[in-house]
Ligand binder design. Structure first.
Ligand SMILES: Cc1cc2nc3c(=O)[nH]c(=O)nc-3n(C[C@H](O)[C@H](O)[C@H](O)COP(=O)(O)O)c2cc1C
Length: 178
């Protein structure tokens, strides 16, 4: 595989976007959790796409992840905290050069934004080059849900699939990085 799509996801929404990007990209792209995307896997990749939810205008922290878990209630999907945060994963990112793309899931409105830009900054600090601008995918304001990935607004998975097609097109027409 030459393209890794790594994600953090409490209730499956960011995971579903990652899977849709992989579907659009086609052969050679695999969506994986932060513990599956080991440094050895990343070192073999040409393009790394990373996504996380926006928590408090930024990447989730241990505190916001704990707060997501505290919102668990009977009849709702529990927050999945079994994988390391993307914030921790980025701290162990093998140095580039490699191509990257960043995305986030967030609610619509002034509280949106923060994670994709933070991901972009971490990649850039590790000598990765942006293949495309950061992308946002939107969810409803609910902070927990009765089914995995049920917070995504209509059309978001299709938008992610189309972005996957676009990234495939871009990477096919870019030079190798030195
Ligand atoms: C503790 C917490 C803080 C949040 N803060 C924000 C925020 O500042 N801005 C925003 O747009 N969404 C915020 N959200 C909503 C999340 O972005 C939303 O839960 C997430 O996109 C769902 O994706 P997931 O199922 O992959 O975790 C917050 C959610 C939680 C649990």
């Amino acid at each position: 595989m030459d393209t890794v799509i790594v994600y953090e996801s409490m209730w499956g929404n960011t995971a579903a976007i990652a899977e849709s990007i992989a579907g659009g990209y086609g052969d050679g792209a695999v969506a994986m959790t932060t513990d599956e995307a080991t440094p050895a896997v990343i070192e073999k990749a040409r393009l790394v796409i990373a996504g996380a939810p926006v928590h408090a205008l930024n990447l989730p922290t241990d505190a916001t992840r704990a707060s997501a878990q505290a919102k668990d209630s009977p009849g709702h999907v529990p927050a999945d905290l079994t994988h390391p945060s993307l914030r921790a994963w980025l701290e162990a990112l093998p140095a580039g050069p490699r191509w990257y793309a960043a995305f986030e899931t967030r609610i619509v409105g002034p509280l949106g934004h923060g994670s994709a830009d933070a991901i972009a900054r971490a990649f850039s600090a590790a000598r990765y080059e942006a293949l495309d601008r950061p992308h946002s995918f939107t969810v409803t304001m609910r902070q927990h849900t009765q089914a995995p990935a049920a917070m995504l607004l209509p059309g978001q998975e299709q938008h992610a699939f189309e972005w996957g097609i676009h990234l495939r097109h871009l990477v096919t027409h870019t030079p190798e990085l030195e």
